[in-house]
Every structure is written in C-alpha cells, then in structure tokens.
Design a protein around this ligand. Structure first.
Ligand SMILES: Nc1nc2c(ncn2[C@@H]2O[C@H](COP(=O)(O)OP(=O)(O)OP(=O)(O)O)[C@@H](O)[C@H]2O)c(=O)[nH]1
Ligand SMILES: [Mg+2]
Length: 485
C-alpha cells in the first residue's frame, strides 16, 4: 500500500498520478483520448475512477474503518449484523477492518450523514489507527461523500462502492467485465458533476463571477455526462451481442434439462456445483467469489442430459446498477427447469437471506420456476441435521446437506434426478398459427422433442414438468405419450 492513499487529497493528484492510477490494460480501452490532451473533465473522470478503484488495492491489506448510523426506528442488532456483512465485504477485497463507529441520530440530512463532531472523532480515530479509507454502511449521496471527505480527509466509500469494487476484482469473462463497467459508469454518472465542479473551482477561471462559473460548469458537465452515456450505450451494445451469443448457446442446449444454483452470496453454491459436476471452480469464504456463470453436466448418466449452472450470488440491497447490468445473466434463471435455492443454514439471518433471494428471482421473472431448497452447511449448525430439519420445515421441497460430505452430494444428485424422473411428462400438443402466444410458451417452458408442421400450425412433442402443462397448456388438446424417463 502506498503512502499516497493515506494522504488522499483530490486536489493534489496530478496527471501523472492519474495515469499511474489506471492499469495499463484499462487506459486505451476506456479512455481512448490522447493522454497528453486530457481535458480537465477527463481528468475529473479519471480521478473519480481512481478514487473509487483505490488502485493500490490490488495489493490488499488496506486498513479500513466502518461507520453507520442508527435511527430511532432501527433495531440495534440489525445494524450490528449489517456491519458484520459490510466487514465481510471489505475482507473479500483483501482489506482489514480496524475500527467501527455507529452514531445514533434522529434523522439523516441530505447535507451530512453524521454530525460534524462525530466526523471529527472518526477522523481522530482513523489517524490513530492508520486507516486508509472509510466505508459507510448507508448509501451516500455525492454531496454527503464530499462533506464527509472534507472533514475526515480520507476516501469514503459507501456499501455500493465496495460491492462494485468486489465485482470489478472478480469479473473474469468479457460478459462479466462489460456488466461491471456499465454498473460502474452508472454509479459514477451522478457523482461526476461534483468532481467537475471541484476542478472548475480549482482552476479558478480567472475573473469569472460565481454565476458564470456555475453556468460554464453545467454546460461542461452536460458534455461530460453525454460522453459517459455514450460509453454506457456502446458497452450495452457489446453486452447485447454477448447475450445473443449466449441465447444461441442456450438454444443449442434446448434438448437438455437446466438446473440453476441460486442463493445468497457465500451460501455454498459453487461447492455444491463442484460436487454435483466433478468440477474445480473457485469456492471460498469471500463474498461474490463467483460472477461468471459456469455450465457443467451433472455427473452420472441421465437422459435427457442435465446441465447445472452456477451463477452470481445475491445480497440485500444489491445495487440497482448491478442488478440492471447483470439482468441478462440473472434472467437465465427464468429459463431453468429447476432452481436449486441454496441456503446457508448456519447463518443467523438465513430466513432474511431466503427472502432477499426470492425477491431478486421474482424481479427477473424466475419467481414461478420450480425450485428445491438446499439447506447447506448442516455440519456447521450446533445440533446438526436434526436442528436444520426443523429450520427447513416451512420450506416445501427441501433437502438438508453438507456440501463437504460426498454422501450428501450424492443424495442431492439423486434428488435432482428423481425430481425430473417423477415430474417430467411427455405430451403431444397441437396449435394453429393463429395462436402464436402458445408457440412462444412452448419454446420458453418445455423441451421440444419434435415439431411437425401442419396445414395451419404445428404438432409438438414435448417434455415438461406436470406443473408446466397445468400452468400454460391446461385445456389444450394434448395427448399424454409416456411417463417419466
Ligand atoms: N462448513 C461448511 N462450509 C461450507 C459448506 N459448503 C460451503 N462451505 C464453505 O462456504 C464458503 C462459501 O462457499 P462457496 O461455494 O464459495 O459459496 P457461493 O455460494 O458459491 O459464494 P459466492 O460465489 O461468493 O456467492 C466456502 O468457504 C466453503 O468452503 C458446508 O456444507 N459446510
Ligand atoms: Mg460461488
């Protein structure tokens, strides 16, 4: 970690430092302008990016101070649990939490999240603890960040800023990187104006009246925002192309059954994926370890073949920009034949985590996909299987396992195979072209085994869980062919 980060001062950063703060890889791609001709605005953008990225973080081991606010209506234990989760997010970046402060307040103002006296106290503690940056558990407006940074004299990140950093660190594929870039630019957009105004003031535009300065700034800010919006638009086009490729891949797998692992981050999805598919994907105690979807075949013979997908985990208050840019990945869950909703049964807030996961699933159109609840980490619960079975009893279609036990993974695999064997039926459905909605539904929700055109439509032979026929094709002129596998 460099000493520079300890004495963070926007106004002291010069162009060389901006350049240093951007990795070689990022420079030509994100900011194609000639380095030597950087405008003040461009430097403002780079500065904001450098501030959020805290580039030295690749080394890890930064010292971090956590802060939050407790309002009268807040439950103090919830604030503590939220801070623990924030600490886990910070540790996932490789940094250490060395101090924490919570201020009780009657209300939060748009100007500042905490009182000036408390901010001064935090500044002093941070000095004594040699803190590198401060993280606030509440999302901060750009002006709240600016006001806090003025007093504390250290970079302040909010929860969304930290999650964006983790996503940036863990994104490996082109798709995940593009999604993170979009989310990051969306996050920077409203904050940009303040950086720019600060630069404009610093430049001093000799002789300009305050009003003129502001007017000039606003015009420039608009240009600046447009550039960022253009960048976002071009990244979105890239993402659209990647999505089309993925849809083509999915269509290629149309005859197979898709199982998707979903759940709160760190619930054990990848560990289960590795067990079910004999893979070696990275699974560890960091939050958001997995960002890139991986698809592997379920081990052992099964016809049709079962494909298992591991994907990004969820968290409470998942930043909107991330949900929006990861939407196409998340929407994959709505095409699943079966969701395995993995729950960390050893977590004190597992019920809340289930609720959060279900809300995200609902929002991406996967609320109605059949699912099985996997109560994981049974070995880490005092009282073991007996207690977890009690915890799980309110959730239909549940199975309690430890992903670290080979026998449990086998039991889970058998349960998945049983589910399909019991629940899939083969039927013949006939639609006329006039009923094109049915054509859409048949491709969206069933395995099409064959399609024979008729004079005014088509006859489909399909496989699908019974509920799918009940939900989408009840009353159809269908004929059951064979049961199960
Ligand atoms: N004790 C215990 N630990 C487990 C079990 N399953 C997973 N873990 C641990 O939990 C941590 C998270 O596991 P992952 O498989 O990476 O979790 P994930 O849901 O994929 O997490 P993200 O990809 O970060 O969202 C790792 O340290 C695992 O070793 C289990 O059954 N028992
Ligand atoms: Mg994972």
């Amino acid at each position: 970690m460099s000493n520079d980060s300890k004495h963070f001062d926007k106004n002291q950063l010069d162009k060389n430092e901006f350049d240093k703060s951007l990795s070689e890889k990022e420079k030509p791609d994100k900011f194609p302008t000639e380095k030597d001709q950087l405008s003040e605005v461009e430097r403002g953008i780079l500065l904001e990016k450098a501030r959020l990225n805290l580039e030295t973080r690749t080394i890890g081991g930064m010292r971090v101070y956590l802060m939050s606010v407790e309002l009268a209506e807040d439950d103090p234990s919830t604030i503590q649990e939220d801070l623990q989760e924030l600490g886990a997010l910070v540790r996932s970046l490789g940094d250490d939490c060395v101090g924490v402060a919570v201020q009780k307040r009657s209300k939060i103002t748009s100007h500042s999240l905490i009182g000036t006296g408390k901010a001064e106290e935090i500044k002093q503690s941070c000095g004594e603890l040699k803190v590198d940056y401060v993280v606030c558990d509440k999302d901060l407006s750009p002006s709240q960040v600016r006001n806090l940074e003025k007093i504390i004299e250290l970079p302040i990140l909010d929860r969304t800023g930290v999650i964006l950093q983790i996503f940036r660190k863990n994104a490996k594929t082109r798709e995940a990187k593009t999604q993170v870039d979009i989310a990051h630019f969306e996050y920077i957009l409203p904050r940009l104006s303040n950086s720019w105004v600060a630069f404009e003031r610093q430049r001093g535009s000799s002789g300009s009246a305050a009003g003129r300065l502001r007017g000039a700034g606003e015009t420039q800010i608009e240009m600046d925002r447009r550039r960022i919006r253009d960048k976002i638009a071009s990244l979105k086009k890239d993402l659209e192309r990647i999505k089309t490729e993925r849809n083509t891949q999915r269509k290629g797998r149309a005859g197979e059954l898709n199982v998707v692992l979903v759940g709160y981050t760190n619930a054990g999805k990848t560990t289960i994926m590795n067990g079910l598919t004999d893979s070696h994907l990275s699974a560890n105690n960091n939050l958001f370890e997995t960002l890139d979807s991986a698809v592997r075949a379920l081990k052992g013979h099964m016809n049709p073949k079962v494909l298992v997908t591991d994907t990004v985990g969820f968290i409470q208050n998942l930043p909107h920009a991330l949900v929006a840019s990861f939407r196409s990945t998340l929407e994959e869950t709505s095409h699943a034949d079966l969701l395995l909703h993995v729950v960390d049964a050893s977590h004190p807030r597992f019920q809340e985590q289930i609720r959060v996961t279900e809300e995200v699933l609902e929002s991406v159109g996967a609320g109605k996909v059949p699912k099985m609840y996997i109560f994981n980490k049974v070995d880490a619960v005092a009282g073991g299987l007996r207690v977890v079975k009690l915890l799980a009893r309110n959730y239909p279609n549940n199975i309690c396992i430890s992903a670290e036990s080979k026998e449990d993974i086998k039991r889970l695999r058998d349960a998945v195979v049983d589910y399909f064997t019991k629940n899939m039926e083969e039927r013949t459905l006939e639609f006329s072209y006039a009923d094109n909605e049915k054509f859409r539904l048949v491709y969206l929700h069933t395995r099409v085994l064959s399609m024979i055109p008729t004079d005014d439509g088509a006859v489909f032979k399909v496989r699908a869980p019974t509920e799918v026929f009940q939900r989408y094709f009840s009353g159809e002129n269908d004929e059951r062919s064979t049961e199960g596998d």
